[in-house]
Design a protein around this ligand. Structure first.
Ligand SMILES: *Cc1c(COP(=O)(O)O)cnc(C)c1O
Length: 386
């Protein structure tokens, strides 16, 4: 049965997107420059991982975010893997993260043979809760010779990976304070938050390192790609070395001093990224304007709430969302909007509910469960003028 209040929101969305028959959750928008730079890669034959656009994109992301270094990689997932690897995460370790995230966050931890520990999120930031983290560490962890140990299992706790959910900044300053007291490095999963700032400082630049994704559905895309940012010179150099098969630089010899993979972004993808970075300020402006519109539409519907930018922060509004009153209402809205050709979706199924991660250590999850049962994401791509 169709709900007239939902129908009014659906009509408003359709109107914003110029009455298209199908409105995707997020679609990229390319300018003429993107075509010109990709063509330049083809014309010069520099299509692979050597080429000017890879370093140019690194420089531009570093300048935009204020990070000292940026290392371009094949995607965000492998960026997280690399960030954890250079942080010293090893097989058998525990790594703290949130359950309310895309599966890649936990998969990157597993890729190193470590185990995720799921911590509940905060109700106001939708990211890892500093209070819950503090309580967990106080109860279950101890510092031993400068190393954080999980008392019951005797395992090292070697990193913490908060995620800036949907581009809303997590309480990253408080999380770093909590982790510092236990000597735990913080790696920010900033895959969704390029353009988001907290107290004027860019997400991804608070922790030891941060990782952005340039997947096709993110605010800036390179087709597939990612970027690790850090202010640590040695860490950046090590990450770049490990992303290029740990080959010792030499004009003709092939010598490698670690077992490492080819994770470097190809020039073709980077060319797309350089053109996209020019559009990023416009994307951010348009997304903020759309978020304002959504707030108006959503808050006229009784029982619906919009997602709120946390205090002292600027979200990139990568994906807009609405909070429905309960799970049946959420599902009714998803049905009605998708039937009408408006692509909407729930948040990710919390990872602790997936059979592949059900056995992991975790805290209680009241905020994770509450949000997962109620939040829907709404079409948020920019209206593209080409
Ligand atoms: C998109 C995303 C990733 C992974 O990025 P890919 O570039 O697709 O590998 C990781 N974490 C979160 C939270 C994401 O949204």
């Amino acid at each position: 049965m169709s709900n007239p209040a939902f129908a009014s929101l659906i009509d408003a969305i359709r109107g914003h997107y110029r009455n298209a028959d199908f409105i995707p959750l997020h679609a990229p928008c390319f300018n003429e420059q993107a075509k010109a730079l990709v063509n330049d890669c083809i014309d010069t034959t520099f299509v692979s991982s050597v080429g000017q656009y890879v370093t140019r994109l690194e420089e531009e992301v570093a300048a935009f975010t204020g990070a000292k270094h940026a290392v371009a990689v094949v995607n965000g997932t492998m960026g997280l893997y690399l960030a954890l690897k250079v942080a010293g995460v090893r097989a058998g370790d525990l790594v703290l993260t949130q359950s309310l995230t895309f599966v890649a966050t936990a998969n990157a931890i597993k890729m190193l043979g470590a185990e995720p520990v799921f911590i509940d999120v905060d109700a106001d930031t939708y990211g890892l809760s500093a209070d819950v983290l503090q309580a967990f560490l106080n109860e279950q962890a101890t510092l031993k010779d400068g190393v954080c140990m999980h008392r019951a299992s005797g395992r090292r706790i070697s990193a913490c990976v908060p995620m800036h959910t949907l581009g809303f900044c997590a309480e990253i300053d408080r999380l770093i304070d909590v982790c510092s007291a236990f000597s735990i490095p913080v790696i920010e999963d900033a895959a969704e938050s390029l353009g988001s700032t907290l107290q004027g400082r860019h997400s991804g630049t608070f922790g030891q390192s941060g990782v952005f994704s340039f997947n096709g559905n993110k605010i800036v895309t390179t087709g597939g790609g990612g970027m690790l940012v850090t202010n640590d010179d040695a860490l950046a150099a090590h990450a770049k070395h490990l992303s290029t098969t740990a080959k010792i630089s030499h004009a003709w010899l092939f010598e490698h001093d670690e077992i490492a993979f080819n994770l470097r972004m190809p020039n073709l993808n980077a060319a797309l990224g350089v053109a996209q970075m020019q559009q990023l300020p416009d994307f951010l402006r348009e997304k903020r304007a759309l978020a304002e519109k959504y707030r108006g539409w959503i808050e006229t519907i009784p029982g619906l709430l919009s997602l709120r930018e946390p205090k002292n922060s600027q979200a990139n509004y990568w994906l807009n969302g609405a909070i429905l009153p309960d799970l049946p209402a959420r599902d009714a809205f998803l049905q009605q909007s998708n039937d009408a050709g408006i692509q909407t979706r729930p948040l990710w199924t919390p990872l602790h509910r997936l059979p592949i991660y059900a056995d992991c250590l975790r805290t209680e999850m009241p905020h994770t469960e509450w949000l997962a049962d109620r939040v829907v994401n709404l079409p948020s791509g920019v209206v593209c003028h080409g």
